[in-house]
Design a protein around this ligand. Structure first.
Ligand SMILES: NC(=O)c1ccc[n+]([C@@H]2O[C@H](COP(=O)([O-])OP(=O)(O)OC[C@H]3O[C@@H](n4cnc5c(N)ncnc54)[C@H](OP(=O)(O)O)[C@@H]3O)[C@@H](O)[C@H]2O)c1
Length: 380
């Protein structure tokens, strides 16, 4: 019988609650340690989950715990790179929260560290395991919409101080952009649905981006959970609204947006157009139903909540454990997520030049006085 895989959860905040729960429920894994910046947070998380495990105030110390096979990186995004470098060097498999990094220099360093260590990774583009995403991916792969020519996905979430991670996310240096912080879920969705195979996310060859909105620098904030306004709040340091136009390899055209400035509850609209059918959210029109006279609604779980407890982390972690056991790569590994993040950093370049940017970004291409955003050399 195979021994259980030991999990160390690092960064004892909101999303860690779901990582802990998912690994606790998986019969092949067990939580063996929790660490965070503050020891008290790690201990509180362990107590809340009724876990009698050692707790630490640093990843370095926690990695010495016997029996750690997997490290779940649940810290804020600007800390992910140093966490991944450390854990990969220690030979640990990695669950990495999105966004995985805040600049290309960190992305390249992480990819190299993981390749060198030969460890398995999964990045929490958790919606790939959402029931409607899974259904849709299968319908596309089986030709229900014919050949896909256009994909649209929009991440519309009034991220604000109700979120424990907001302080790091709202800042330019540690959040970078609305698309990086939250919209990357929609970008990943567009890549996923533009990919033909059941486990294939399409590659973006070119991106053009526009940004706007009203919240950048504004201390007025809406809390849609309480339906109340507040003033004098810490503002977003970047534009809350962005639209990307994408040209995928294979010719599919994509439109992806992020809207943190919206005054409304969370929504995640999806539109997919093929030469034999169309999908709008969970409504379908397909050549498979020649007698259809109206949209066919598919009862499912939509990606319509920002609550981490609503996200399918269980299915993501179960998938990852199977990948480790079967010695195969996840379709959502760091190599794949690298490309999604590269599109975001290419869009940042587009804002500087006003021109579409082709991918992949050549390593080290920099004009005098410029660097890729958030790269080690551009950090304050
Ligand atoms: N996949 C998804 O759908 C999803 C959903 C939510 C969040 N996320 C991502 O998950 C990450 C964490 O988000 P969250 O909502 O859990 O935020 P959070 O509640 O702020 O949790 C982050 C935790 O990390 C700890 N931390 C902060 N700085 C640290 C540092 N320098 N070193 C070590 N620990 C540090 C903090 O704990 P102490 O300071 O108290 O020790 C904090 O509780 C973010 O990157 C976010 O984008 C992803």
């Amino acid at each position: 019988m195979e021994s259980t895989l030991g999990v160390l959860v690092h960064g004892a905040g909101w999303v860690s609650t779901q990582h802990i729960e998912a690994f606790r429920r998986n019969p092949a894994t067990e939580i063996v340690a929790i660490s965070s910046r503050r020891l008290g947070s790690a201990r509180a998380r362990a107590a809340e989950a009724h876990l009698d495990v050692p707790c630490f105030d640093s990843l370095e110390k926690a990695l010495d715990t016997p029996g750690v096979d997997i490290v779940s990186v649940c810290t804020p995004q600007h800390v992910h790179a140093e966490n991944v470098l450390l854990a990969a060097a220690a030979g640990k498999h990695l669950v990495i929260e999105k966004p995985v990094a805040t600049g290309m220099a960190d992305m390249w360093a992480m990819r190299e560290a993981v390749r060198r260590a030969g460890v398995k990774t999964v990045v929490s583009f958790v919606l790939r395991w959402n029931p409607w995403f899974r259904t849709l991916k299968k319908l596309i792969a089986e030709g229900a919409l014919g050949s896909i020519y256009a994909v649209e996905a929009d991440y519309q979430s009034n991220i604000a101080s109700w979120w424990s991670g907001y302080e790091a996310a709202r800042r330019l240096a540690t959040g970078v952009s609305a698309m990086l912080v939250g919209g990357c879920h929609a970008l990943d969705a567009a890549r996923w649905f533009a990919g033909r195979g059941e486990e294939e996310a399409a590659r973006v060859e070119e991106v053009f981006a526009c940004r706007g909105g009203w919240r950048k620098g504004c201390g007025r904030e809406y809390n849609y959970l309480e339906r109340s306004w507040r003033t004098g709040m810490p503002p977003l340091e970047y534009e809350g609204y962005e639209v990307y136009l994408l040209r995928f390899a294979g010719g599919v055209v994509g439109k992806v947006s992020v809207n943190l400035d919206c005054i409304m509850p969370y929504t995640f609209p999806i539109e997919i157009f093929g030469d034999r059918g169309t999908v709008k959210d969970n409504r379908m029109w397909s050549h498979l139903f020649p007698g259809q006279t109206d949209w066919i609604p598919i009862p499912t779980v939509l990606p319509d909540s920002s609550d981490v407890a609503h996200h399918p982390f269980q299915a993501q972690m179960d998938h990852f454990v199977t990948c480790i056991r079967d010695n195969r790569e996840s379709h959502c590994n760091l190599e794949d997520a690298f490309h999604t993040h590269e599109v975001v950093f290419a869009a940042q370049e587009c804002y500087r030049t006003g021109r579409p940017v082709r991918l992949p970004l050549p390593r080290g291409r920099r004009r005098k006085g410029e660097s890729h955003p958030g790269s080690r050399s551009s950090k304050a």
